[in-house]
Design a binder for this molecule. Structure first.
Ligand SMILES: Nc1nc2c(c(=O)[nH]1)N[C@H]1C(S)=C(S)[C@@H](COP(=O)(O)O)O[C@H]1N2
Ligand SMILES: [Mo]
Length: 281
């Protein structure tokens, strides 16, 4: 059996597990079985050599993981004790992107474990197509750049959105201007702990509301939400808002990050519903 066929077999098994599962209240064991099969598919995916096939199968795996996340979300949706409730009703429905629903709390979502960092542990390397590579410490940020606040809605690709998040931090634009951007720079890859990354066009990093943020709704960022320091890119789906950020790297081409390699859309504009590789735009 060749590598793509192995992935397809795991996907079929995952789909069979779903169909065979009786509609019952505690679906956890079934979910775990499906997740294990999807993990297998993801491991097998590494052996697929053809890039187009890998992306396509990656999208098929991600779609299924996404369904699982949505079903498991109920446990995360309650207002978390430390984050205030956000509105779940809006007068203007066009404020909510297609396919999204509103949640009062800010769910915690990430792969791997949150690092146990305090502010002294923070280092953000600014590198790639810059005039001068920089290594910024937490204290450098607030002392060298203007502190800004933005209030923005946050949209996760697993379909929850939380309105009115107030983020405090510094504009990535200011940080990049300080390092000096080479004219050839068109894209960036932003990395975060533990081996996470997301790609984005440079223009999105230069947007007014793109911050390196250390506070949410007036409180220092919880560790779970990316504290001490995270990226916030409100205009794109949440997976671009890299938590525990470690590096901003400017490039002259688009290089897929963690989720983009696993079948998510290269850009991820929630208003155009760009969830998966192959969605329009
Ligand atoms: N380092 C890192 N950052 C990450 C992720 C991750 O897995 N690792 N997940 C992303 C996703 S998919 C979302 S929706 C947001 C969620 O942020 P929150 O947990 O503060 O709600 O973080 C993003 N940043
Ligand atoms: Mo997400």
């Amino acid at each position: 059996m060749d590598a793509p066929e192995k992935v397809r077999r795991s996907l079929r098994r995952a789909d069979e597990a779903r169909k065979a599962s009786p509609a019952r209240r505690d679906a956890t064991p079934v979910h775990e079985r499906i997740a294990a099969l999807l993990d297998e598919a993801r491991a097998e995916l590494e052996q697929v050599e053809d890039e187009g096939v890998r992306r396509e199968l990656g999208a098929a795996i991600s779609r299924r993981f996404n369904d699982l996340d949505q079903e498991g979300l109920a446990t995360m949706l309650g207002p978390s004790p430390d984050v205030a409730r956000a509105p779940t009703q809006v007068d203007d429905p066009s404020r909510v992107p297609p396919g999204q629903h509103l949640t009062p709390g800010l769910p915690v979502l990430h792969v791997g474990r949150a690092p146990d960092w305090d502010r002294d542990d923070v280092r953000v390397v600014v590198t790639g197509l810059v005039d001068e590579r920089r290594v910024l410490r937490f204290d450098d940020l607030a002392s060298r750049f203007e502190v800004r606040e933005v209030v923005r809605d946050f949209h996760c690709v697993t379909t929850w959105s939380r309105l009115d998040n107030r983020w405090t931090g510094v504009a990535v634009r200011d940080v990049l201007a300080d390092a000096g951007m080479k004219p050839a720079a068109t894209h960036a890859v932003v990395s975060g702990h533990p081996a996470y990354s997301a790609n984005l066009p440079l223009e999105h990093l230069l947007a007014d509301d793109c911050l390196l943020a250390w506070a949410h709704d007036g409180r220092p960022l919880d560790r779970a939400h990316g504290g001490p320091l995270r990226l916030v890119v409100p205009a794109l789906y949440g997976w671009k808002s890299v938590k525990w950020v470690t590096e901003l790297r400017l490039l002259d081409r688009d290089v897929p990050g963690y989720w983009e390699e696993r079948g998510y859309h290269e850009l991820g504009d929630p208003w155009r519903e760009q969830r998966f590789h192959g969605d329009p735009g």
